[in-house]
Design a binder for this molecule. Sequence first.
Ligand SMILES: Nc1ncnc2c1ncn2[C@@H]1O[C@H](COP(=O)(O)OP(=O)(O)OP(=O)(O)O)[C@@H](O)[C@H]1O
Ligand SMILES: [Mg+2]
Length: 383
Amino acid sequence: MLAEPPQARPLCVLVEQLHATLGRFSLALSLARDALAWLDAHGRIIWCNRAFDRLAGVDHTALLGEPVTELLVLERDGHPVTGELHPAVRILAEVDELLENYDATIGDRRAVLEVYGRRGRIEGQPAAVLVIQDVTERERARAELSTANTRLASANQELEAFSYSVSHDLRAPLRAINGFSQVLLEDYGTVLDATGKDYLQRVRKAAQNMGKLIDDLLRLSRVTRADLAWTTVDLSAAARESVRELAASTPERSVDVEIPDGLAACGDARLLGVALQNLLDNAWKFTSKTTNARIEVGVADENGERTFFVRDNGAGFDEAYADKMFGAFQRLHAADEFPGTGIGLAIVRRIIHRHGGRIWATGALDTGATLHFTLPTDGECRT
Ligand SMILES: Nc1ncnc2c1ncn2[C@@H]1O[C@H](COP(=O)(O)OP(=O)(O)OP(=O)(O)O)[C@@H](O)[C@H]1O
Ligand SMILES: [Mg+2]
C-alpha cells in the first residue's frame, strides 16, 4: 500500500512558526552583552540592541534613524574620530570588514571599545553591521602584563649584565693571586719550608677552583644571552658526536650506547648540542663505576607529548632531590666520588627553557638516572 503524501502545512502555520523563530532570535540579539547595530547605506541606525542603547547613553526610540557617527563618539590618541575616518563610514565606503580598538567615554568613565564592522546588504541596498565590545578591563590587564613583562625583562637583563661583568672583573685579581703564588714558589722556594710551600700550593689550587667556578658562571650567562638561530636539529648526530668525544677522552672505558637514527627537534643547533653534551657527560660520568655501563638516548610519547630522554644505569640519585640538581652549583654526589662543579644541568635547563621546553629527572640511587626533556616539534619551527 502506498504511503499517503505528507500534508502541506497551511501558510498561516508557516508564518506563525517563522514569527516565533524570528522572535527568539530577536530576543537573543537584543539581550546580547555586545552592542549590535544595523546601519543603512547612509550610516543611520535601522536596528540596535539594548547594549547599544546603554553604550550610546540614549533612549532606544531616539536612536532609530539617527546617524551612528553622532551617537557613537570614538577617539583615538586623544582626538575624536570623525567623518570619513569613523569605522561605520569606512565600512560602508571602503572596507568589507574591520576590527579595531577605540577610546570612548561611557557615562562618566573612560572605556576601550573593540569595534567589529562588516558590510552587508538589506533589501538590495548596502548596509553594515557593527558589533561593539567593551574591552576596557581586558586591555587594562594586557597593559599591566606588558609593563610587568618589560620590567622583568629589563631586570633580568641588568642581572645578566651584572653577573657577566662581575665574573669578568673577578678574573683579573684571581690571575694575580695565582701568578704571584707561583712566582713566590719559584723565586723564594728556598726561603720557604715545606709547610709554607704547601700553603702556597693550596692558595693556588683554591684560586684555580674559583677560576673554574667563574668560567662556569660565564658559560651559564652566555647561554642566557645568546640569540637562538632556529633550525631543524639532528639530535642523533649531535649525541653521537658527544659520545665520540667522551669515548676518545676515556679510551679505557667500554660503554654500551644506543642512539637511534632520526631524532630531530626544532631549535638552536649549537645550544642543543651543548645541552646533549652536558647530559651525556653526566651519563658517562655517573656510569664510570658501573659494570656493563649502558646509555640510551631516545624519544617517547608521554601523555601525548613527544619527550626526549637520556637514560643511564649508573650511580643514580635520590628522587626526593630531583629538582635540586638543576640549580647552579647544586650537586647530589661528593666531588671526590664523581668530580664536577654542578653547573651542567643548570645550563641544560636554561637551554631547554629558552626553547620553550621542559626538563625533569627520574631515577633511583644505584640503579641509574633518566633526564627527560621536551622541545618544539618540527611543525613549530620558527625561522
Ligand atoms: N646521570 C646522572 N646520574 C646521577 N646523578 C646525576 C646525573 N646527572 C646529574 N646528576 C646529579 O645532579 C648533579 C648536578 O649535575 P650537573 O651536571 O649540574 O653537575 P656535575 O655534573 O656534578 O658538574 P658539571 O656538570 O659542572 O661538571 C650531579 O652532581 C649529580 O649529583
Ligand atoms: Mg654535569
